[in-house]
Ligand binder design. Sequence first.
Ligand SMILES: Cc1cc2nc3c(=O)[nH]c(=O)nc-3n(C[C@H](O)[C@H](O)[C@H](O)COP(=O)(O)OP(=O)(O)OC[C@H]3O[C@@H](n4cnc5c(N)ncnc54)[C@H](O)[C@@H]3O)c2cc1C
Length: 404
Amino acid sequence: MKRYGAFITSAEEIAILETIRAYVDREIMPARVQLDEDHAAFERIYAGLVKLGIQRRGFSTAYGGLGIRSAPMVCAITEEISRGDSGVSLHALLVPWAMAAAIGARNKPLMDQFIPMYCSDEPRSACLAITEPAGGCNVEDGAEQGRTIRTTARLEGDEWVINGEKMWPSGAGTADLYCVVCTTDPRLKSEGVALIYVPSGTPGLSFGKPESKMGMRVTDVNAAIHFNDVRVPRHYRAGGPGLDWQLFRNNLSWGRLTSAPLSLGNAQAVLEIVIEYTGTRSYGGKPVRNHSLQAAMIGDMATAIQAARAHYLHVAAMFNDRERFGKLSDDFLLGQASAAKIHACDVTEMVCNRAMELMGSYGYAHDYHVEKYLRDSKIIQLWLGGPQLARLDVAQSYYPYAPR
Ligand SMILES: Cc1cc2nc3c(=O)[nH]c(=O)nc-3n(C[C@H](O)[C@H](O)[C@H](O)COP(=O)(O)OP(=O)(O)OC[C@H]3O[C@@H](n4cnc5c(N)ncnc54)[C@H](O)[C@@H]3O)c2cc1C
C-alpha cells in the first residue's frame, strides 16, 4: 500500500486495504465487462463487499459498525474499489453520504432507527436527493442559499408533508432510505433548507424510468423521484433551521472530496493496463513502452496520478483536523475539496486519452476496458455542480465573488 504514502501507515488500515485490493483483483477485474450490463453480476460483487464490512465501515461500533472515520482511509478505500469499478465504489459511498446528516445532527432517534439495517450483512442502499428537474448546480450553489429549491416540506401536526420532484439521484427507486433536500419556504433561503428522511415504500413516493447513460450503466441507477403528499414523522428532519443548510454543505464537501479517489481509481487502472499492453506490443524491434517518446508519456501519466492522489490525501488529512482547518461547511474546506475533485477528474480524463493514443485501436476496444474507465469517470467530473461550480467554489474560498 505504498501508494498512499505517509497518509496511511497503521498496520490495521493497511491490512483492510490489502483485503479490499485482493477482492477487487479476484472478483471485480474479471467481471468488468459484465458490470457494464449485467445486474446480477453487480449484485453478486456488491454482496461480497458487504460481507467484507464495506457497508458498515463508517458507523460507530456501538451500532455494529467498524468505526472507520478517518478521511484519508475513506478515500483510500474508495480509490481501491474504483480501480475495479467506480460505479461499485460509488454505491458503497451512498449509505454513509445519505446518513451523514442524521449523524452530523446527532439525531439519535434517526440513527437508532436506520443505522442498524446498514450494519447487517444484507446489501442495502441509500440515496441523497439534491438535483431537481430545473437544475442541480443551482441547488448546490452556495450563493443561492437554497432559494431555488422547489421540493417543499410543510409541517402538519407532527408530520412533514413533502411535495416536488428530484432528478438523477443515485439509487432512485432502489434505495431503502432517501435523504431529501427540500425547503420549508424558499424565501427563508438557508434557514428554510430541510434535510428530511423518507423510507422506501412511503405512500406518495414514486419513481420514473431509470435513465440510460454512457457509463455506470447498471452499477448506478438514476431516475426521477416524485413526492406527492409524502408524509413522514416530524423527527425525520435531520437537524433544524440553519443546521440543515450546514449539514447539506458538509455533504457537498464530502461528495467533492470522495469524487477525487472515485475518479482516480479509474486512472490508476488505466495506467496498469497501458503498462502491461505496451510491454507486449512492439514497433521498431522493441516494446512500445521502451521507446523514449512513449516512456515519457507513461511517466507523465504516473506523475499526474501521484500528484492528484497526494492532493486529495492532503485535503482528507485536513478533514480529520477540524479544530485547525474549520468546519466542513466553511468555504475553506469546501474549496479545498473542490480543488482535489477538479484535479483528479482532469488527470483521469488526460490519462484515459493518452492511454488510447498509446494503445491505438485496442485502447478503443471494449475488451481492453480503457473505454469503460473513460465512460465511467466522465460523470464524476460532471456531478455535484460539475467542473464549473467546483471552480467557483475554489475561487469563493479565496475571495467573496458571490457574497452569501
Ligand atoms: C450517474 C449520475 C449520478 C448522480 N448522482 C446524483 C445524486 O446522488 N444525487 C443528486 O441529487 N444528483 C445526482 N446526479 C445529478 C448531478 O449531480 C447533476 O446533474 C449535476 O450536479 C449538474 O446538474 P444539472 O445536470 O441539472 O446541470 P445544470 O445545473 O442545468 O447545469 C448546466 C450547466 O450550467 C453550469 N451551471 C449551472 N449553474 C451554475 C452555477 N450556479 N455556477 C456555475 N455553473 C453553473 C453547469 O456547470 C453546467 O455546465 C447524478 C447524475 C448522474 C448522471
